[in-house]
Design a protein around this ligand. Structure first.
Ligand SMILES: [Mg+2]
Length: 452
């Protein structure tokens, strides 16, 4: 989660520390990071943001903010660096320096400096930094009194490129990085006095007229905790059929195995499809590629254009290894291939070092849905296909996880547009007219889904 403020001294650190203490006391592992901090050199060391957040989380201040990013001048960090004659730095530098403890805590909080448009580095403000960090949740801390409606509106507008979702179904705008839903935004009116008529009216105005989720402190600490812990976003929940796992014997209780969509470290567990893989070298988990609430196949970053959208989307959804989530040193070769021509064409993408996904365009209800047959096969089957020793017609013979997927082709789809029509236990169960070599089918009606 990212904590931003409508301005400086609105209480970002105070709200953050109180929240983290509360979560930690309830048994949730937490950590806080301050990418850069500047402060009056006359302030007591225990009063810096890094020290306060460290005390709240049982960490040391040097872990919360790297000592190279401590700037004892009361100006925005990049300006303080200038004054001190220290090197200029970028928001990308700050993002790259961010390190979470291992194991990764349930809640990782990043507190920015100043307000949403305050410089965090030479080239960017808190919105720019947030776009690199891609938080799930953005907490906007504001004052409760006179002027706060204007400040919250300005800040929320500035954040609209980064956050804006107010419910489980995503929100306006898109995350600055590629893929991933926009973060949810929560406004916290700090120093709230329930006896103050203006405070109450400010809260109600922002909630009722602007539709913003508004919490207050003191008062709504429980609600804020629940919001932070919240249900997992839709893209981290198990997709249909996403529990199919056949690589390695896993899933024993208590063996360190993970469920779909968990944050795992490569040191402790074998990543599962959809997992967020975190390593000490990577620091920040990248967003999941599949199942993002607001992405469609045509938005995928696929510069090659080798594989058409529907089989590509189906293969990506069904594959087990999310290549882009692996640490760099564990990445295998990326495959995007089309073997054969015409009705024989079999599309191929990588799925780990030893497997590939095969895909085929079966047919379509024109303008509505295209059907793709996909399955998982050994890398040797792909090699044989390329070498010509395996006929395209037989490509799916030894494949597993065979499924006929429908990919909805309508415009304006904002959620997942892929569904499973049928699962096949073996290639022998696949209708012959769906296999490579058979002509592309123009279906008159949607196929009935029989997949469970
Ligand atoms: Mg602060």
């Amino acid at each position: 989660m990212l904590v931003v403020g409508t301005g400086t001294d609105v209480g970002k650190t105070w709200v953050s520390a109180a929240l983290l203490r509360r979560l930690a006391a309830a048994g949730h592992p937490v950590a806080a990071r301050k990418p850069a901090q500047s402060y009056d050199p006359g302030d007591p060391p225990a009063g810096t943001d890094a020290a306060v957040l460290a005390t709240a989380t049982g960490d040391v201040p040097e872990a919360v903010c790297p000592p190279t990013r401590w700037y004892p001048v009361a100006m925005a960090p990049p300006m303080a660096a200038d004054v001190l004659g220290r090197p200029s730095f970028t928001v990308a530098d700050l993002a790259a320096e961010l390190r979470w403890p291992i194991p990764v805590p349930a809640v990782g909080l990043v507190e920015t400096a100043g307000g949403v448009r305050s410089p965090q580095a030479a080239d960017g403000d808190a919105v720019a930094l947030g776009a690199l960090l891609r938080p799930d949740l953005v907490v906007l801390v504001a004052d409760a009194g006179l002027g706060t409606i204007n400040e919250v509106r300005l800040a929320a507008g500035a954040l609209s490129a980064l956050a804006g979702g107010t419910g489980g179904a995503g929100g306006v705008g898109g995350a600055g990085g590629a893929g991933g839903p926009p973060a949810q935004l929560v406004v916290v009116l700090n120093r709230f006095d329930p006896a103050d008529d203006l405070h109450r009216r400010n809260r109600d105005w922002l909630a009722d007229r602007d539709g913003l989720p508004v919490l207050v402190t003191p008062g709504d600490e429980d609600a804020l905790s629940r919001r932070v812990l919240g249900p997992p976003p839709p893209d981290l929940q198990c997709p249909p059929g996403g529990d199919a796992v056949d690589q390695g014997e896993r899933g024993q209780e208590g063996d360190g195995g993970s469920h779909w969509g968990e944050v795992v470290t490569t040191a402790t567990a074998t990543p599962q499809p959809g997992d967020l893989v975190v390593s000490g070298g990577l620091g920040i988990a990248q967003g999941p590629l599949v199942g993002a609430g607001d992405s469609t196949p045509l938005e995928e970053d696929e510069p090659e254009g080798v594989v058409p959208p529907s089989p590509l989307w189906a293969m990506k959804m069904r594959r087990h290894v999310q290549w882009h989530l692996l640490p760099a040193h564990e990445r295998h070769d990326r495959i995007r291939d089309a073997v054969g021509t015409g009705d024989d064409t079999v599309y191929v993408i990588d799925d780990g070092r030893h497997h590939v996904m095969f895909g085929r365009r079966v047919g379509a209800v024109p303008g509505e849905v295209e059907y793709a047959l996909v399955g998982r096969a050994g890398h040797d089957r792909y090699d044989a296909l390329v070498a010509g020793s395996l006929a395209p017609r037989r490509a799916f013979d030894d494949a597993t996880n065979l499924v006929l997927c429908g990919v909805a082709a309508e415009e304006d789809i904002v959620a997942s547009n892929l569904f499973e029509v049928a699962n096949y236990g073996s290639a022998a169960d696949i209708p012959a007219e769906y296999l490579p070599g058979a002509p592309y089918i123009e279906f008159a009606d949607d196929l009935d889904a029989t997949a469970d």
